[in-house]
Design a protein around this ligand. Structure first.
Ligand code: A3P
Length: 294
C-alpha cells in the first residue's frame, strides 16, 4: 500500500522521512562496511530508542557516566539512515554505536556475518501507538493526525514512518538467526532496569564495576533522563522537533494506552493485531502492574 501523504516516502516497502534521507543513500547502506566492534541498536519508533541509546552511551563513555562530557546522544549513537549531523561514519573511531529503525532486509549486509552486535528493543504496540500519536504533535515535519482514531488507522495500516509495527518486529525476529542479536523489551527494562543493563553488558562483553553499573542504571532512569539535555533530545533542531508542543520523554511507563484508547478502539486494534501477535514468540506486558510474561 502506498502511503497517501508526502510526509513519508516509501522505498523498498519501507517508509522513510523524505527530507532526511534519499533512496540512493538507503541503497548505499547495503555496502556500508561493518566492523566487529560495531553495535547497532534497532527499534521500531517509540519503543525505547533514546533510552537504550543512553544506556549504550553510559556503558561505553566514562565521560557520559561521570557527567564530565556534554555530548549529545545524537553524536554518541547517531542514526544510520538519518545522518542528521552529516557525520563521517567511516572515520568514526571504534567502537561505533549506531541507532536504526531499518527493517532487517535494509541493513548493511555485513551485519549478517554475525560479528557486529545488534540490540533490538520492542515495546507493546498499544503503548507504541499512543507514544507515536503524541510524538506526531511535536515532530514538525510529520503530518498531525486529525485525532487519535485517524492516527490509529494509519498505524494499523502501516502508513507511518517505519511502516508496520508487526512487519518490523516479525521480520527481525524471524531473521534473528542471521544476526548476532539480543532482543529486549521496553517492559523488561522498565520493570528491572539493572538486570536489563546487565543483560546488555553481558551481550556486549563489557565488564563494569559495581559503581559504574550503578551509575549507568541511575542515569538511565526516566526522571534523570528527563532533565538531562544530553539525553532528552531537547537539542534536536527546532525544525525537526517543536519542544513547545510536547516532550520527547513524555510519560515513560507501561500501559498508558489505557488512558487514551476507548474499549472500541482497543477492540479494533486487537482485531487487526491479535492473530499475528499471538504467533509472535516475543511476549509483551500491557500494564505496569502486570508481571512480565515468562
Ligand atoms: P512515552 O511517549 O510513552 O512516554 P523512542 O526513543 O523509541 O522514540 O521512544 C520514546 C518513548 O520512550 C517515550 O515513551 C519516552 O518517554 C520513553 N522513554 C525514554 N526514556 C525512558 C526511560 N528512561 N524510561 C522509560 N521510558 C523512557
Amino acid at each position: 500500500m502506498q502511503p497517501p501523504k508526502d510526509y513519508i516516502f516509501n522505498h523498498k516497502g519501507f517508509n522513510f522521512q523524505p527530507d532526511l534521507v534519499t533512496a540512493e543513500y538507503i541503497d548505499s547502506l547495503e555496502d556500508f562496511e561493518i566492523r566487529d566492534s560495531d553495535v547497532f541498536l534497532v527499534t521500531f519508533p517509540k519503543s525505547g530508542t533514546v533510552w537504550t541509546q543512553n544506556i549504550l552511551s553510559l556503558i561505553y563513555h566514562e565521560g557520559h557516566r561521570d557527567g564530565t562530557e556534554d555530548t549529545d546522544l545524537m553524536d554518541r549513537v547517531p542514526w544510520l539512515e538519518y545522518n542528521i549531523r552529516s557525520m563521517d561514519y567511516i572515520s568514526r573511531p571504534s567502537p561505533r554505536l549506531f541507532a536504526a529503525h531499518l527493517p532487517y532486509y535494509l541493513v548493511p549486509k555485513g551485519l549478517r556475518n554475525k560479528r557486529a552486535k545488534v540490540i533490538y528493543v520492542a515495546r507493546n504496540p498499544k503503548d507504541v501507538l499512543v507514544s507515536y500519536y503524541h510524538f506526531t504533535r511535536m515532530a514538525v515535519k510529520f503530518e498531525t493526525a486529525e485525532n487519535f482514531d485517524d492516527f490509529m488507522e494509519r498505524f494499523l495500516a502501516g502508513e507511518v514512518l517505519a511502516s508496520s509495527w508487526l512487519d518490523h518486529v516479525e521480520g527481525w525476529y524471524a531473521h534473528k538467526g542471521d544476526f548476532n542479536i539480543l532482543f529486549l523489551t521496553y517492559e523488561e527494562m522498565k520493570k528491572d532496569l539493572r538486570n536489563s543493563v546487565l543483560k546488555i553488558c553481558t551481550f556486549l562483553g563489557k565488564k563494569l564495576t559495581e559503581d559504574e553499573l550503578q551509575a549507568v542504571v541511575d542515569k538511565a532512569t526516566f526522571d534523570k533522563m528527563r532533565v538531562d539535555p544530553r539525553a532528552n533530545y531537547e537539542h534536536m533542531p527546532a525544525d525537526i522537533l517543536d519542544q513547545d508542543k510536547g516532550r520527547f520523554l513524555r510519560k515513560g511507563t507501561i500501559g498508558d494506552w489505557k488512558n487514551i484508547m476507548t474499549v472500541a478502539q482497543s477492540e479494533r486494534f486487537d482485531s487487526v493485531f491479535k492473530e499475528r501477535l499471538q504467533n509472535l514468540p516475543l511476549k509483551f506486558c500491557w500494564d505496569i502492574n502486570e508481571d512480565l510474561p515468562s
